[in-house]
Ligand binder design. Structure first.
Ligand SMILES: Nc1ncnc2c1ncn2[C@@H]1O[C@H](COP(=O)(O)OP(=O)(O)O)[C@@H](O)[C@H]1O
Ligand SMILES: [Mg+2]
Length: 393
C-alpha cells in the first residue's frame, strides 16, 4: 500500500501511532506528580525495561502530560561517559527560567538561581564540561562545599522552595539513567530524598535498562523505598493487537486474525518489533485486508531490516571478545544462562570472564536478572547472534 501514508513508526524514540497498553502507568505517574505538587507524599518513578519496549516514548508522553498540567518539566538523556552535574545544570537553569516567568513572588526563584551559580562554581573543580556561557552570581555558603552529595541536595531543595513559591512542581525526566555513574546517582538519590522528607515539590521520572535497579540499590540502600520501579515490558496480546489495528483502521485497512496471530508470535509483543512488522505488512499488502501471507512475507523483511539496524548497531559496539561472549550466551538455549555455563561454552574459567561480563553490562548489552545469571538487554538478540555468527562445528 501507499508508503506515503504508512502509519507505523519503527525507530528509537519515535512516537508510535498508538501508544498501546500504557494507560495504567500514565495514570499512576499523573497521580504521583499531582500529589508531589500539592505537598503530599509520593514516590519518584524509575521505569526499567529492555531496549525497544517504549521507555523513551513513554517518558516523552509523561512529560507532555505533566507540562499540560502546568508542572515545570526538564528532560535530558544521560549519554555514556558524561557526568551528571554537567547535564543537570542547564536543565535546572531552564526550570528556574520557567519558574521565573510564572506569575507571583520571585524571591525564592532568584535565590535558587544564585544557589545554582554556587553549585557550578564548586562542581567545576571536579567535573568536566561545567563551563557555561552564563553567570548566575553566587549564594554565599549554600551548595558550595565541593561535596556533590551535599551540594546537590541543597541545590534541589532550593529549586523545590522556588517551585513551592510558585505553587507548582519541578520534575526532572532522565532517560538512559543506567549510564549515570554510581556516585553521581547516589548524590541525586540523596538530594531527592531530602526534598521528599521536606515535602518539597521536586521529583524525578527516569528510565533505563534493567541494570538500573541494581545500580540504584547499590548507590543508596534506601532507594527502593524512595522510588516506584515499574517494569516496562512487551505488550499483552490485546494491547499488541490494538497497536497494530488502530493505526490502520483510520485508513479503512484491517489485519486478519491470522495475520495478527503471526505477528504476535514473531514479535512476542515487543513494541519496536510491532512497529517494524506493522510497517512491513503495510508495504507488502496489496489490498486493504492484510493477510497471514502478507505477515509471513513481512517477517522475512522485518528480520532483514532489524539485522541491519536495531540489532546491528548494538553488535557493532562490541569488541571481538565481547561478541564471542554474546555468541556463547546465545548458544545456551535459555533466557538467562548461568555464568558457569557461558564459561564452559567458551572453555574458560568464570573469573577469567568477569571483566568481559562487566564491560558488557556497563555498555548496556546484557544485565543480570539474578545473581550469576546473564540476559540480553535487547529482546530476541540470541536469535540474531545465531544468524550473524555461525559456529563451525
Ligand atoms: N506502547 C506502544 N505501543 C506501540 N508502539 C510502541 C509503544 N511504545 C513504543 N513503541 C514503539 O517502539 C519503538 C521503540 O520505542 P522507544 O521508546 O525508543 O523504546 P526504548 O526507549 O525502550 O528503547 C518505537 O518505534 C515506538 O514507536
Ligand atoms: Mg530509549
Amino acid at each position: 500500500m501507499d508508503p506515503r501514508i504508512n502509519p507505523f513508526s519503527p525507530g528509537a524514540g519515535t512516537a508510535p501511532p498508538e501508544l498501546a497498553g500504557r494507560e495504567k502507568i500514565i495514570e499512576d505517574v499523573s497521580i504521583a506528580l499531582h500529589r508531589i505538587r500539592s505537598g503530599n507524599s509520593a514516590k519518584s518513578v524509575l521505569m526499567v525495561g529492555l531496549r525497544g519496549v517504549g521507555k523513551t516514548v513513554l517518558l516523552n508522553r509523561l512529560k507532555n502530560d505533566a507540562e499540560a498540567e502546568g508542572i515545570v518539566c526538564v528532560q535530558f538523556e544521560s549519554p555514556e561517559n558524561r557526568n551528571l552535574p554537567a547535564m543537570l545544570v542547564p536543565s535546572l537553569r531552564a526550570a528556574l527560567l520557567k519558574l521565573d516567568r510564572m506569575a507571583g513572588a520571585k524571591d525564592l526563584v532568584a535565590k535558587a538561581v544564585k544557589v545554582l551559580g554556587s553549585f557550578i562554581a564548586a562542581a567545576k573543580v571536579k567535573y568536566e564540561g561545567m563551563e557555561f556561557g552564563f553567570d548566575l552570581g553566587t549564594e554565599e555558603g549554600v551548595a558550595d562545599t565541593g561535596d556533590l552529595d551535599y551540594d546537590l541536595s541543597e541545590l534541589l531543595q532550593s529549586v523545590g522552595e522556588a517551585a513551592q513559591e510558585k505553587k507548582t512542581a519541578v520534575v526532572i525526566f532522565i532517560d538512559e539513567l543506567q549510564y549515570v555513574p554510581e556516585t553521581e546517582l547516589a548524590a541525586l538519590i540523596s538530594a531527592l530524598h531530602a526534598c521528599a522528607q521536606k515535602r518539597l515539590p521536586v521529583a524525578m521520572v527516569g528510565a533505563g535498562l534493567p541494570q538500573l535497579v541494581g545500580n540504584v540499590g547499590r548507590a543508596k540502600s534506601y532507594a527502593e523505598r524512595l522510588f516506584d520501579l515499574p517494569v516496562i515490558g512487551a505488550l499483552p496480546d490485546q494491547a499488541a493487537t490494538e497497536a497494530l489495528q488502530r493505526p490502520v483502521e483510520l485508513h479503512q485497512v484491517v489485519f486478519t486474525e491470522e495475520a495478527i496471530k503471526e505477528i504476535l508470535k514473531q514479535t512476542q509483543g515487543y513494541p519496536y518489533f510491532l512497529q517494524e512488522w506493522g510497517s512491513m505488512c503495510w508495504s507488502v499488502a496489496s489490498t486493504k485486508v492484510i493477510s497471514k501471507e502478507d505477515a509471513v512475507t513481512a517477517t522475512t523483511l522485518a528480520i532483514l531490516q532489524l539485522d541491519t539496524s536495531f540489532f546491528r548497531v548494538r553488535f557493532d559496539r562490541c569488541t571481538p571478545m565481547e561478541k564471542n561472549y554474546l555468541r556463547a550466551m546465545a548458544e545456551i538455549n535459555v533466557l538467562a544462562p548461568r555464568s558457569g555455563d557461558i564459561a564452559a561454552a567458551m572453555k574458560k574459567e568464570v573469573n577469567q570472564l568477569g571483566p568481559l561480563r562487566k564491560s558488557l553490562i556497563s555498555k548496556g548489552m546484557i544485565y543480570s536478572p539474578a545473581h550469576g545469571d546473564t540476559a540480553f538487554t535487547v529482546p530476541l538478540f540470541a536469535d540474531y547472534m545465531k544468524r550473524i555468527i555461525k559456529l563451525e562445528i
